[in-house]
Ligand binder design. Structure first.
Ligand code: ADP
Ligand code: ZN
Length: 442
């Protein structure tokens, strides 16, 4: 029997019920934290007495933690269970420095699988589906997180892992893959490989759903994936410090990602003052895990910038929705005094007809001045076409970028497939300036 919800009890909680459950679970979490040497010191240093917690906002008497807090101590000191109850260790990808280590008990792994299953089921994945998981397996959470969830649903899993594009396409065709999990920048790249092979994913595969996440991407990129593959593409957000994927996920309404608030308490804070911002206002996402056993994290600063959608979702779930991630505060770079996020550049590029599937931002110091170049791969037909059209394209991109980011970058059109395309998270900015990055890391 297939219902409409994977976990109707949790998915259909009202706001009041969510808030009551959060308070109960937070109390349990804090109680557990008192068994951890790290948290005992953390609470003492802040003069924080967990037994006096009356409301969720009392949590604000604790300072926030971040990757430095995790890197600064032996990860075993965070444990609230004996080490022999730990069954798995994962780590972050290390996108912004040394990877952080997270421990899991068997119950943590099961709760995580259930959360991701909830996400997949919500978008329509069922037992009859064939799920090709094109994320890296291993310490990175993107692979195993979805793997277990798809098995819980009863779909057939192809644990393809990342890379090896021709084999990926072969697998899709041999096993009639219907659902994929793929890094968004790689999804665009793979479209080119389909074209090289003379294949059209719309006609030559059975794909119907793509989960794209793990890195910031624009609405334009989603549209290209949806059109190129003939699928619905859903944004998937998570971080290894909370569990991995499964923290927030788009529902069929595709209007923001529901944060599973039965498992995570979300604060959106002004990154400077650490004061909460209103719904609709952008801030930094800060999470507290509410049912983690081995290694709960309290008020963990993600550096990810987004806003909460005001109002209710058409799907009826009351779990709050976050917007697409604009980027990490560390992704921001400053050129000639102007703050720029790579996503602003992507938003412009992918809105322009004739732009291919990859781009890179290169920053240099030229005669003591910042120079910003944007290398843009051109669509195949256009690259082989007339010079006049290429010049026209370059002019349009330059104009639109100037309007969006307020500085005029040097746009260089390059051959399709010539920019480095990784299998993991895309590196969008190459900053080779003498004074390193113009941004403090906070
Ligand atoms: P690392 O922090 O080293 O990259 P993780 O693998 O834990 O390691 O990655 C989590 C981070 O990836 C998030 O904090 C966020 O910056 C980014 N991320 C994950 N999913 C998305 C998404 N759907 N959109 C934008 N960024 C995402
Ligand atoms: Zn919804």
């Amino acid at each position: 029997m297939e219902g409409e919800y994977w976990n109707a009890e949790m998915e259909l909680l009202s706001r009041e019920e969510i808030e009551a459950l959060q308070l109960r679970r937070l109390r349990d979490t804090l109680e557990r934290c008192e068994r951890s040497p790290f948290y005992r010191e953390w609470f003492a240093a802040a003069g924080f007495d967990p037994s006096r917690l009356r409301s969720m906002s009392d949590l604000r008497r604790l300072p926030c933690m971040d990757k430095t807090t995790l890197r600064g101590d032996d990860p075993r000191r965070f444990l609230t269970v004996p080490l022999d109850e730990v069954v798995r260790v994962h780590s972050s990808s290390g996108t912004t420095g040394q990877a952080t280590v997270i421990f899991h008990t068997a119950a943590d792994i099961e709760a995580w699988a259930q959360l991701v299953a909830r996400c997949m089921y919500m978008t329509g994945v069922r037992r009859r589906d064939v799920f090709q998981n094109m994320m890296g397996y291993g310490l990175f959470t993107g692979g195993l997180g979805f793997h277990y969830a798809a098995e819980r649903i009863g779909a057939m899993v192809i644990p393809a892992g990342s890379g090896n594009s021709k084999r990926q396409i072969q697998l899709m065709r041999d096993f009639h893959t219907t659902v994929v999990h793929i890094i968004p920048s790689y999804a665009l790249y793979l479209l080119e490989v389909f074209a090289e092979l003379g294949l059209d994913p719309r006609a030559d595969t059975d794909l119907r759903i793509a989960f794209i996440g793990a890195e910031p991407h624009s609405e334009g990129l989603r549209k290209r994936v949806e059109e190129g593959y003939g699928v619905r593409a859903y944004n998937s957000y998570g971080l290894s410090e909370m569990c991995g994927p499964g923290v927030a996920f788009e529902c069929p309404a595709q209007q923001g990602m529901h944060v599973w608030e039965d498992s995570f308490y979300l604060e959106v804070l002004d990154p400077e003052t650490l004061e909460p911002v209103e719904a609709g206002e952008e801030g930094e996402l800060v999470f507290t895990s509410l049912n983690r056993e081995a290694m709960p994290l309290l008020r963990y600063r993600t550096r990810d910038l987004a806003f909460v959608y005001p109002g209710e979702c058409a799907c009826g779930r009351a779990h709050r929705r976050i917007s697409r991630i604009k980027g990490r505060s560390d992704d921001m770079f400053i050129v000639k005094g102007v703050n720029i996020f790579p996503m602003q550049v992507e938003k412009v590029l992918l809105g322009v007809l004739g732009v291919g599937s990859n781009y890179q931002i290169v920053l240099d110091t030229v005669r003591s001045m910042d120079e910003m170049r944007v290398l843009v791969e051109v669509a195949g037909e256009l690259w082989r076409g007339e010079v006049k059209e290429l010049n026209e394209l370059k002019r349009r991109i330059t104009d639109e970028l100037r309007q969006e980011i307020l500085v005029t970058p040097r746009v260089e059109l390059v051959e399709p497939g010539s920019l480095p395309a990784g299998e993991g998270k895309a590196v969008r900015v190459l900053d080779r300036r003498e004074h390193a990055k113009g941004v403090g890391d906070g």
